[in-house]
Design a protein around this ligand. Sequence first.
Ligand code: RTP
Ligand code: MG
Length: 140
Amino acid sequence: MAIQRTFSIIKPDATKRNLTGQIVAKFEEAGLRIVASKRIQLTLAQAQQFYGVHSERPFFDELCEFMISEPIVVQVLEGEDAIAKNREVMGATNPEDAAPGTIRKEFALSIGENSVHGSDAPETAAEEIAFFFSGLELVG
Ligand code: RTP
Ligand code: MG
């Protein structure tokens, strides 16, 4: 498997509880390298655009309001098989279903306030990275 990049968000429930460092440590322990990182606060329009694929889902409004409720940390993670590896470290969407030791098992509050986002495929990773970062900000 080649070296890949994936896009990650440390979500408001986690930044609010001061868990950024503990979550980054999980990525690094799994062999993922942080090649870009910034703390930002989304506008509602930005959250709606980012989660546009979910616009018809019943949880869309709640999700967007949650994502703008506090600052978030957006990052690009690089490593061997990074997309799958990151999703493994995150654990299942619903913390009740997440495996022991995963970020969501240890830190998530609910299926919505689940501490992290990670891209689900190479195409979405490329789109999501480009949404938040310019080429100059990616330092491999
Ligand atoms: P993510 O995109 O954030 O990495 O998470 P995921 O692939 O595991 O989950 P996805 O199905 O893409 O859903 C995106 C985010 O929407 C929120 N959600 N809320 N209330 C609900 O039933 C519900 N379902 C999903 C979560 O914050 C989820 O991560
Ligand atoms: Mg998803």
